[in-house]
Design a protein around this ligand. Structure first.
Ligand code: HEM
Length: 503
């Protein structure tokens, strides 16, 4: 009996795999020959590559404008063509408005955050949250970002011997910098991760970006097999970071409501949204009205989900941009000196104080941030799901509703066809228009692009300015940074090691 059952189970599995991996052949479009049972993601499963880098390898293998791939057993389409990518994200957005990752608004409101929310629910949330990220609101939060930058420079000074130099791993410090900014401007909680590296926020950051195979697999599964997350939930397997965020948000909201606290941060705006259904458009109105629980427009779980997302989406991307930029400047000393000169000129103009306005005048530094986001896109892939059958322009193929769509930002940004000599760190390419603008999308594109791109840019720039105005940086070794094999974001293998000397 057992033998019969075993034979039946094996036959059904073999038939399932055979049928699954025939999908793209039957559809009649070019496809990446699958490695059964991992499809196009063998290097992810063997821990050689992260998800984004495994997709980058597929991008580099072909020249087709789009092709079929297998995200393990899940047929998906990789868009390689820059114009088609942009069209899908912008003009034809109505056919691709969702990401198709795990979300269960009814039973798990925490999951219904902006990144995962779908359809009308996403649209309404996006409209409501947009006023939180205007440049006016960011300017109001800027003093807090500056205070955190001061902690960063103090920490670096403390680590350096008097009059001497030291090699410091800057990515870890920039993680602390980005986490402290987020804790303060989003949650309104003052922490000092430089002095207390084991505080709960900093620990949550470490949990979410440490090379833990199972946690990382769970992260990738949100994209690959959204249904699997339901199984984790049924089994009551909780994510540590999620549980921590729920606790922090609940305590913060209750404290503010009880004590009528007014702070210029994102939590304040989320409370406005929860209590009145909208965020005040005026940049100087931060107050909220306390209303009874039954009149609130958003559950505490859903509000915590937004907080968690801002933390997860904001810290690694911001700290990565600042760290990669500093590293590239050590590799290009002539450029580094010009950037330092620009910073000094602007600081001299503003009484040696860094201001929001002054930072906008640092044009070369701005180009360096653009070039860093090109060479090291914070998120190496963009993803959408096809929400209605879509005839691909200038092709006979119709993408079927429900098909996952992947765009390799790493692939586009490092493609010599779009960016000549792609490994060269060359901010001037943006000055001289020596690139293909359709292929440049570090913050995504269209209605679902990064809602906080200004905050990411300003955070990274401020970190870099603080370092360059206080320290000389160099790196004797000339080499390309390697990308590690875990995380959805791109993580530098072995960190970013730079020699620091006090000015
Ligand atoms: C340099 C820093 C950053 C980079 C490179 C970056 C990049 C991105 C990218 C590529 C996307 C996907 C866009 C798409 O699919 O078209 C995204 C989405 C998003 N980002 Fe950022 N980001 C950064 C900073 C931040 C920060 C600081 C926050 C929040 C505090 C944030 C919050 C979000 C959210 C909420 C979304 C989802 C938007 C939606 O689906 O409507 N990001 N980001």
């Amino acid at each position: 009996m057992f033998i019969y059952l075993l034979i039946t189970a094996v036959s059904v599995s073999v038939f399932y795999l055979w049928k699954t991996f025939k999908y793209w052949e039957n559809e009649g479009i070019p496809f990446d020959k699958p490695n059964i049972p991992f499809g196009s993601l063998k290097s992810l499963m063997t821990r050689e590559r992260s998800f984004g880098m495994a997709i980058y390898d597929v991008y580099n293998k072909y020249k087709y404008p789009f092709l079929g791939i297998y995200l393990m057993f899940r047929p998906a389409i990789l868009i390689r063509d820059a114009t088609l990518s942009k069209t899908i994200l912008t003009k034809d957005f109505p056919s691709f408005h969702d990401r198709g990752i795990y979300v269960d608004e009814e039973n798990d409101p925490f999951s219904a955050h902006l990144f995962a929310a779908e359809g009308q629910s996403w649209k309404s949330l996006r409209n409501k949250l947009t006023p939180s990220f205007t440049s006016g609101k960011l300017k109001a939060m800027y003093p807090t970002i500056l205070e955190t930058a001061e902690k960063l420079t103090n920490s670096l000074k403390e680590q350096l011997p008097k009059g001497g130099s030291k090699i410091i791993e800057i990515k870890d410090l920039m993680d602390s910098f980005a986490i402290d900014i987020i804790a303060s401007v989003i949650f309104g909680i003052e922490i000092d991760s430089f002095k207390e590296p084991n505080n709960e926020f900093r620990m949550a950051g470490r949990t979410s970006n440490k090379p833990n195979f199972l946690e990382n697999l769970r992260g990738a599964a949100l994209f690959l097999f959204p249904q699997l997350e339901r199984v984790f939930k049924l089994l009551n397997i909780k994510g540590e970071t999620q549980e921590f965020m729920k606790k922090v948000v609940k305590e913060t909201v209750e404290f503010r409501e009880k004590n009528n606290v007014v702070r210029k941060d994102l939590m304040q705006m989320l409370i406005q949204l929860r209590n009145s259904g909208k965020i005040n458009e005026e940049d100087d109105n931060w107050k909220f009205q306390t209303v009874s629980e039954d009149l609130k427009s958003m559950s505490m779980e859903k509000l915590s989900g937004q907080g968690f997302l801002f933390f997860a989406a904001g810290f690694e991307t911001t700290s990565g941009t600042a760290s990669y930029l500093l590293y590239e400047l050590t590799q290009n000393p002539e450029l580094r000196d010009r950037v330092v000169e620009e910073i000094e000129e602007v600081l001299a103009k503003y009484d040696r104080k860094l201001t929001y306005e002054g930072m906008q005048e640092m044009k070369l530094l701005d180009k360096c941030v653009m070039e860093t986001s090109r060479k090291y896109p914070g998120l190496p892939i963009l993803n959408r799901v096809c929400t209605q059958d879509y005839k691909v322009p200038e092709s006979h193929y119709t993408i079927k509703k429900g098909t996952p769509i992947i765009i390799s930002l790493m692939g586009l940004h490092r493609d010599p066809e779009h960016f000549p000599d792609p490994l060269k760190f060359d901010p001037e390419r943006f000055e001289n228009n020596l690139y293909n603008p359709s292929a440049y999308m570090p913050f995504g594109e269209g209605p679902r692009n990064c809602i906080a791109f200004r905050m990411g840019r300003v955070g990274a720039m401020t970190g870099v300015i603080s370092v360059l105005s206080n320290f000389n940086i160099e790196c004797k070794e000339k080499r390309e940074l390697e990308i590690d094999n875990y995380s959805i974001a791109i993580v530098p293998k072995g960190g970013v090691n730079i020699k620091f000397t006090r000015k």
